[in-house]
Ligand binder design. Structure first.
Ligand code: SAM
Length: 280
């Protein structure tokens, strides 16, 4: 049974990393005037109430999105993400609601684009249906992501991205991610694939970049944001791997990562990465 609930973590430094890159990637893909599809394999609840007891328990958003919103001189690379956050908080200067990956993608979706959301948790599914169920461009699947993904790639448009953002609750999740990406990339080598991984005390998930590089897949860009020192007991940082980044995304991420780190680091012994893991 699934126990992870993103409500407790929404808007933290890991969300800032993955959601800012999701928004930038989607915007870059939309430079071409052709329809695309976003596939979010671990969708979560879609939109998070920051006044809820769950979000307030550790208030992780205070050391995440709150700092980004109050930062002076934000670079242009953060703008697509900030625009989505502001759209969820129409009252100027407030932060009461946080957009998860489905809402970020939905905010950027054009009339001709589509969004596939896979989720297993009944409460998260109910929230997704409530927020997006009436939009014919959004397809909500009550389905295990690893079972459902093969039937969704390649999408009919042959353009778009897959976001893989598991909770890594089970030890074998990294292996499942690598297997899903290897098979999925084989079916859709031209898609952009965004794969998130956490930096935890258990070194298992930190090995994900090396495991992905070992698959032989080419064109992998690696970002990592470590806000705490090694040895920290909780989530000390996270990474996002981008297979087939759209043109110019590598340069944009090389500008974005040091700025994110300046805003979000709690310990100078952390650090950031924005570099090609595997080239052409
Ligand atoms: N992507 C979301 C966002 O950025 O707003 C957060 C997703 S959260 C980290 C992971 C989600 O995956 C949880 O809501 C969990 O219920 C769901 N999940 C876990 N295992 C799954 C599986 N095998 N198939 C589909 N969903 C799963």
């Amino acid at each position: 049974m699934l126990s992870y609930q993103h409500e407790y973590h929404c808007g933290n430094h890991a969300d800032v990393l993955k959601h800012s890159i999701l928004a930038l990637t989607l915007r870059a893909l939309q430079r071409k005037d052709k329809p695309l599809r976003v596939i979010d394999t671990h969708a979560g609840s879609g939109i998070y109430d920051l006044d809820s007891p769950e979000a307030r328990r550790n208030a992780e958003f205070r050391s995440g999105i709150s700092r980004i919103l109050s930062a002076a001189a934000p670079p242009p690379e953060i703008e697509p993400y900030l625009a989505a956050v502001r759209a969820s908080n129409p009252e100027a200067g407030t932060l009461r609601s946080y957009p998860g990956s489905p809402q970020i993608a939905h905010h950027l979706l054009r009339p001709e684009d589509h969004l596939e959301l896979l989720e297993l948790h009944p409460r998260a599914l109910a929230r997704l249906r409530r927020s997006f169920g009436r939009d014919a461009r959004v397809h909500i699947h009550d389905r295990d992501s690893y079972e459902g993904l093969p039937g969704l790639v390649p999408p009919p448009e042959r353009r778009g991205l897959v976001l893989i953002d598991p909770s890594y609750e089970v030890r074998r999740e990294s292996a499942a991610v690598i297997a899903a990406v290897t098979a999925g990339h084989g079916r859709w080598p031209g898609g952009s694939w965004l794969i998130w991984y956490p930096l935890l005390r258990d070194p298992q998930t930190a090995r994900l970049p090396a495991k992905l590089a070992a698959t032989g897949i080419r064109k992998i860009f690696h970002t990592r944001l470590q806000t705490e020192a090694d040895g920290y007991l909780g989530l000390r940082g996270s990474g996002l791997l981008v297979i087939n980044p759209p043109y110019g995304l590598d340069t944009a991420l090389a500008n974005l990562l040091p700025w994110l780190w300046e805003q979000l680091a709690n310990d100078a012994r952390g650090g950031w990465i924005a570099e090609w893991l595997v080239g052409e």
